[in-house]
Design a protein around this ligand. Sequence first.
Ligand SMILES: [Fe+2]
Length: 223
Amino acid sequence: MKLSNQTGHHFCLIVNQRAKHSNMSSHDWHVDNNSNCQSVPQGALNQETVSPYRLYRFLTQLDDILLGNENDELRLAEIRVLVRNFLNESPWMMMQCPSPDPKRGWAVSKLYNDTDYPLTIQLVSWNPGMLSSIHNHGAWGLVAILDGEERNRFWQPQEVGEPMVQPQETILSPGDIVTFMPDAIHQVEALGDEPVISFNLYGETDYKARFKYNAKTSEASSF
Ligand SMILES: [Fe+2]
């Protein structure tokens, strides 16, 4: 079932997706290297997408975007459109999503893996009430919400010893896409009473630049 409205596009969702989301508009957000989150316009979708839109087609088009541009801001603008197109045409996606592990409260399903493949593409589910560390990713990233709601808090470190500043937060709903620059720092909380399910895509991680942070002291440690 494809849900859509006049103001935006929802992802293609299987029939048991809750109707409560059908009246909600979807938004694109971008978080820069200073953790400033801004609403950004949605690019025009490709009306001639081949259906079904296979994962290998998506991955090839993603490679083309990355090869064609080395600027992560510009790449992410194109990747947001690519992902929205893909998810609108991929009803199989939700069926592949794992349920959260009862003990850990979350689960990850890698959608593609290959020798030396540098990107991370996965479905993630996690239970309401779970709260992540404050972290960056050391890579560009994209999260698209397929189900549930999550709060994203954005943080800025200060001098070591000083508390971090939290300039913004936003609540993401199904159909929303947020992209992150490598130094964007966030903290994610699963809201509501049902698991949050998301499609996550990350560039090649620079582990020397990937940190978690102490909110009270701005101290960074390897993550
Ligand atoms: Fe994250």
